[in-house]
Ligand binder design. Structure first.
Ligand code: GCU
Ligand code: CA
Length: 464
C-alpha cells in the first residue's frame, strides 16, 4: 500500500498481546543483524553512527510503513522474546506496528535515546508458530522508524497454556476487532467471531453490558444466548480433554445498541487454552443488509456470506450494514465506510495491516437506486471502490457481484472491465434466486441465502 494511503488508514492501537519488560534473557537468544539478508530494510544500511553491532544498521526511510524486517527461525510454537536494539537521536518517540508473518500483533514505540550513537535494547514478547517467521517493525507515523541495529530472538515458552484473556495468543479473531481496551475487545461490523481450543469440563465467556451472542462448542450448530451480560456459562459437563469454542455477537447497528465485546473465556479450574489452527484463506464480504443477513432471525450466520466462508473452509467477516450504498450520497457509502473499524466509527480508522483478506466479495448497488445515484456515477465510483480495495489488499481476489435485483449490474460489469486487473472478477448472479427465496422484494430468506452460497462458493474456490 502507498505510504500516503496508509497514513490515512492507520490508527495507533494500544499495545496488546505484548509485554514490555526489562528482564534480560537468561538463555541465549539468536541474534539477527538488520543489515544481513534475509533481513530487509526499507531504506539504507548505514554506518555513520558508532556503537552498532555487525557491519551496519538499518536507517529506514522517514515514512509510514518504511519497515525493518527480520526472518527468524522458531524451533517451536510459543511465546517469543524479542530484543530489538535501536537508536533515536530525536526527542520524539517513533511508534511502530509489530507484524508477525505480515499480520499486526502489537504496537510499541522507539523513544528518544539521547543521541544517534546511543543504542538501547527494548524487550517485548509475541506469539509465534514453529518455523520460518517474519517479524517486521512498520512505523505508523511520517517520522518513520528509529535506526535499527539487530533483533535478538528466543522462544521462551511453549505454545499451550493460555489463560483465555482477550490478549491470549491462542485465541484467533476473525473480522475487525478493536483491541484498544485490554479488558474487552470490541467487534466492529457484522459476522465477527473468535475461535479457541481449551481444556477442562466447562466453558463460559465474560461479557460487559447486554448483548445477543451466538456460540458453538465442539463445532456443534451455532446457538443464541440473547440479552446476556456479565459472566455467561456456555457449556458444562464436557467430557474428554480438548474442546473448541466459537463465539460471535449480534452486530451493533441501527436501533440495536447491544455491547458486542469479548472479555475473555471463563475456563474450568485447571483449564487452559491451546493453539487452534487458523485457515489459510480469509474472505471479507462488503455489502448492505443482504450481506448482513437482515432481517432474518439467525443472521449473521444464516447469511450467504457466512455460509460461503464456511463452505470454503475460510475465515470470514461481513463488513456490511443495513441501508448501505456504494456511493455516499445521503447514504452509508461503503466505498468510504469499508475503511472503518466498525459501522459506528467516526473516522477511516481501520488498519488494513491487521490482517489481509485473500478474497473480497462486494455486493453493493441495491440501495443506491433510492438515493438518485446515476448509472454513470455508479460506474465511476465502483471503479474507485475496486481500486481502494486493491490498495487495502494488494494480493486478494476481488469479486464484484451483480446485485440480485440486477440494479446497476451492467455498470458493475463495466467497472470490473475498466480496472483491467486479472484478480478482479465480475460475478453474474442472474437467476440465482427467485421470488420464493425472498422475505420481501429484496431480502433473501434463509433458503435464498443458502442457494446464493451454493452458487458463490465454487466461483471463489477456483481462485483461492
Ligand atoms: C538523521 C540520522 C539518521 C536517522 C535520521 C532519522 O539523519 O543521521 O541516522 O535515521 O536522522 O531521523 O530517521
Ligand atoms: Ca531514518
Amino acid at each position: 500500500m502507498e505510504p500516503t494511503l496508509r497514513a490515512a488508514l492507520v490508527v495507533t492501537l494500544a499495545a496488546t498481546g505484548v509485554a514490555l519488560t526489562t528482564t534480560p534473557a537468561t538463555a541465549a537468544p539468536t541474534r539477527y543483524e538488520a543489515e544481513t539478508a534475509p533481513a530487509s530494510c526499507n531504506g539504507t544500511i548505514d554506518t555513520n553512527h558508532a556503537g552498532f553491532s555487525g557491519s551496519g544498521f538499518c536507517n529506514a526511510g522517514n515514512a509510514v510503513g518504511a519497515a525493518a524486517q527480520f526472518t527468524v527461525s522458531a524451533p517451536t510454537a510459543g511465546t517469543a522474546r524479542l530484543g530489538v536494539r535501536f537508536a533515536n537521536g530525536t526527542t520524539t518517540a517513533r511508534p511502530t506496528d509489530i507484524l508477525v508473518n505480515g499480520a499486526r500483533v502489537a504496537g510499541t514505540t522507539f523513544e528518544g535515546t539521547g543521541a544517534w550513537t546511543t543504542w538501547v535494547t527494548k524487550t517485548l514478547t509475541v506469539a509465534v508458530t514453529a518455523g520460518s517467521t517474519t517479524i517486521a517493525f512498520s512505523p505508523t507515523t511520517a517520522d518513520g522508524l528509529a535506526n535499527i541495529d539487530y533483533l535478538d530472538f528466543e522462544v521462551v515458552a511453549g505454545g499451550t497454556g493460555g489463560n483465555g484473556q482477550p490478549n491470549d495468543a491462542n485465541i484467533q479473531y476473525y473480522g475487525r476487532w478493536d483491541r484498544s481496551n485490554a479488558s474487552y475487545y470490541a467487534m466492529g461490523w457484522a459476522g465477527g467471531y473468535l475461535d479457541a481450543q481449551f481444556t477442562g469440563s466447562s466453558i463460559g465467556v465474560r461479557q460487559r453490558n447486554a448483548i445477543d451472542l451466538y456460540y458453538s462448542v465442539d463445532r456443534g450448530p451455532l446457538q443464541w444466548r440473547r440479552n446476556v451480560s456479565g459472566n455467561v456459562t456456555l457449556a458444562t459437563g464436557l467430557s474428554g480433554t480438548t474442546h473448541t469454542v466459537r463465539i460471535g455477537y449480534r452486530e451493533r447497528a441501527g436501533s440495536y445498541t447491544g455491547d458486542p465485546v469479548f472479555g475473555g473465556l471463563i475456563l474450568a479450574g485447571g483449564g487452559q487454552t491451546a493453539r487452534i489452527t487458523r485457515p489459510q484463506n480469509f474472505v471479507e464480504f462488503i455489502g448492505d443488509s443482504i450481506t448482513v443477513g437482515q432481517p432474518n432471525a439467525d443472521r449473521p450466520f444464516t447469511a450467504y456470506a457466512w455460509l460461503t466462508g464456511e463452505a470454503l473452509g475460510a475465515g470470514h467477516t461481513q463488513v456490511a450494514q443495513g441501508g448501505a450504498c456504494l456511493v455516499s450520497q445521503d447514504c452509508y457509502g461503503m466505498m468510504d465506510w469499508f475503511r472503518r473499524s466498525s459501522g459506528y466509527a467516526t473516522t477511516d480508522d481501520w488498519n488494513f495491516a491487521t490482517y489481509q483478506a485473500t478474497a473480497v466479495v462486494i455486493n453493493l448497488g441495491t440501495n443506491d437506486v433510492g438515493h438518485n445515484v446515476s448509472t454513470t456515477q455508479f460506474q465511476q465510483n465502483y471503479v474507485v471502490m475496486l481500486q481502494r480495495v486493491r490498495q487495502a489488499y494488494p494480493n486478494a481476489h476481488i469479486f464484484a457481484m451483480a446485485t440480485f435485483r440486477g440494479r446497476y449490474a451492467p455498470e458493475t460489469r463495466n467497472a470490473v472491465t475498466a480496472v483491467g486487473d486479472s484478480r478482479v472478477h465480475f460475478v453474474d448472479t442472474t437467476g440465482w434466486i427467485g421470488t420464493a427465496d425472498l422475505v420481501d422484494s429484496v431480502h433473501p430468506n434463509d433458503a435464498g441465502h443458502a442457494k446464493i452460497a451454493q452458487r458463490l462458493t465454487p466461483v471463489i474456490d477456483q481462485y483461492i
